[in-house]
Design a protein around this ligand. Sequence first.
Ligand code: ADP
Length: 278
Amino acid sequence: MSSNLVSLRGVHKRYLLDGAALDVLKGVDLEVAAGEMVCVVGPSGAGKSTLLNLLGTLDLPTRGQILYEGVDVTGLSSRELARFRNEKLGFVFQFHHLLPEFDAVENVMMPGLVRGVARRKLEPAARALLEEVGLAARLHHRPGELSGGEQQRVALARALSMEPKLVLADEPTGNLDSATSEAMHALLFQLNATRGTTFLVVTHNRELASQMPRVVTMRDGRVERDERRDRSAPAPTARAAPETEDHEAEASAAEPVEPTEPETQAEPSPVRAGGADA
Ligand code: ADP
C-alpha cells in the first residue's frame, strides 16, 4: 500500500485524430501525498488538462497506472468510477457549472443529493461550508444573482461537500479579476490548512504559482520539472472577496505563466469531444 494519496506511473495518453496518433502524455510519473498543495504549470498544449482529466478519472490513460491510496482505479467499471469520483474527488473548473435554477445551498448539496443522501442531513453542512467560504449572506442566491467570484466560491464549497481527499482545479481563477483571484487563492490555502484537503491546481496565474509549495512544470506531454520549495512568506490570509465586482470577468491583472500563449478555454467540458482514445 502506497503512502501517497495518488500515484501516476508511466501514464501515457494517445488520441487518434483523423487516423493520426497524437501522443499527449508521454510517460508521466507523479506522486502526491495527502495534504499537499500542488500547482501544475506549463505552456498551452503541454497536457495539463489531459493530466487533470485522468487524475479525475474523467478519462482513462492509454497506458500506465493511476493509483489512489495504492489502488489502481484504471480498472474500475464506469459505475465504480462514478462512485469513486463522487466520494473521493472534488472538481473546480474555470467555468463553475453551477445549476442556474438552484440556489447556493442547493448547489452545494447537489453531490450529496445525487448520492441519495437526505436533504435535511446535507443542509447544515452545506450552509456551514458556504459560511466558511465567506458566503453566509448569499445562501439563497441563485448563480445568476452572484458575482463571478461568489459563484466560484459556491463551486469550491460544492467541491468540498463530500469531504473529498483531493480537489482538482483547472484554472479556478482564470475567469476572475485579480483581486477576486487573490481572495480565492487565499481561500484554497485556508481550506488546505483547516481541513487538510489536498489540492492539485492547473493554473497560468503567476501569483498563485509563486505561492504554491510545489510546482510541477509540464512540457510536451512530460513532467519537465517538479519543484518543492519552502514558503518563506506566510500563506495569504483569506478575506471576503469584494462584493462589488463586476459579473463579467475583467482581464486578469495577474500575468499568465506562459505570456506568449494566453489560453482560451472555449469548451468548459472536462472531457473534450472530437478525439477518440487510442
Ligand atoms: P494544456 O491543458 O496543457 O493546454 P491539453 O491537455 O488541453 O493541454 O492538451 C494537450 C494536447 O492534446 C493539445 O494539443 C490538444 O489539442 C490535444 N487534445 C486534448 N484533448 C484531445 C482530444 N479529446 N482529442 C484529440 N486531441 C486532444
